[in-house]
Design a protein around this ligand. Structure first.
Ligand code: GRG
Length: 308
């Protein structure tokens, strides 16, 4: 997918998934009380909607939808799994912005949730999104076979939790010296956990929902890991070279905190070369899918070249 037409098709697909995800999240975060729930407090729902609706590229849902499309998984099921993942992503951003973490004032071009409301509301909105994600991913509409739903749920928990995003965040804070002396940081390992794990999950979700062969699963796993690292390097580069207005958040944060990043370790040129290597790796991982892998191929290029 290298022609202009193909790239504009890609942009349309990305927009369509973003719109569908927005609509779906709107429904999932409605005030309607579900069976076994007692009430949906107004302040909590408003806070969850503020941080989940009306912003974000919806890259993770897009990857779930497109990795699922490779196996002909029904789009509605993939969108639901993507919405669950986006709930986890949005929760992580809310908590990451809190004064106890990154203490950020701006997210997606708007005041962060704790600035708009207060810390307690932001903590609870994050908790609400995290738990909602696991409600969604176990729903019957995700897949008729409960074993598939179970595998997906476990993969989501492992990507989000101790050995994934939460663990990565802990390593990051320890590396900043938050708990005493700065702990040595293995940047690649840390980022593989902190941001890579959710992106990798988005890619293997299609293989799980599509009940792929082990080889196909491995291919998406390899692709997802390469894409996750490329995403993070692009993020590190944007923090150095990016435009705060386009990003909707402050730049120069990593340097201000004295953080080790791919850019501090490899230099800007080295980081850019690493992205090129990762793109080649992602491309070769997708070879097994032939033309069915085209959109994912374009997604890797998009991730590496993003401006926000
Ligand atoms: C607080 C448990 C906990 C975890 C936080 C992922 C994370 C761990 C924090 C996010 C901090 C951050 C900004 C990392 C850089 C990479 C990243 C996740 C950027 C935001 O993702 P995008 O670009 O955001 O997909 P949008 O707004 O498009 O959804």
């Amino acid at each position: 997918m290298t022609t202009g037409t193909a790239l504009s098709d890609f942009a349309k697909r990305l927009d369509r998934t973003a719109e569908d995800t927005e609509a779906l999240l709107g429904k999932l975060l409605s005030d309607t009380v579900l069976p076994d729930e007692i009430a949906r407090p107004k302040r909590l729902m408003e806070a969850m909607r503020y941080s989940s609706l009306g912003g974000g590229k919806r890259l993770r849902p897009f990857l779930v939808v497109e990795s699922s499309a490779v196996f002909g998984v029904p789009r509605d099921a993939a969108l639901l799994a993507g919405a669950a993942l986006e709930c986890i992503h949005c929760y992580s951003l809310i908590h990451d912005d809190l004064p106890a973490m990154d203490n950020s004032d701006l997210r997606r071009g708007r005041p962060t949730l704790h600035k708009k409301t207060d810390d307690a509301t932001a903590i609870l909105a994050g908790d609400g999104l995290l738990t909602l994600a696991f409600d969604i991913v176990t729903r019957d509409e995700i897949h008729k076979d409960p074993t598939v739903r179970l595998l997906l749920t476990r993969a989501l928990a492992r990507a989000s939790g101790i050995g994934g995003m939460v663990g990565g965040q802990m390593l990051d804070l320890a590396g900043e010296g938050r708990f005493g002396d700065r702990e040595p940081v293995d940047v690649a390992r840390l980022q593989q956990m902190k941001t890579g794990a959710l992106l990798r999950f988005a890619c293997i979700a299609g293989a799980i929902l599509g009940q792929s062969s082990p080889k196909e699963y491995q291919a998406l796993d390899d692709y997802g890991r390469a894409l996750g690292e490329a995403f993070q390097i692009a993020d590190d580069l944007l923090d150095v070279e990016g435009d705060a207005a386009a990003l909707g958040k402050q730049t120069g944060q990593d340097a201000a905190l004295g953080k080790s990043t791919f850019v501090t370790q490899l230099g800007t040129d080295g980081a850019k070369q690493r992205v090129r290597d990762l793109l080649a790796h992602a491309d070769s991982a997708l070879a097994i899918f032939g033309a069915r892998g085209e959109v994912l191929r374009a997604a890797a290029l998009f991730v590496a070249d993003r401006k926000n």
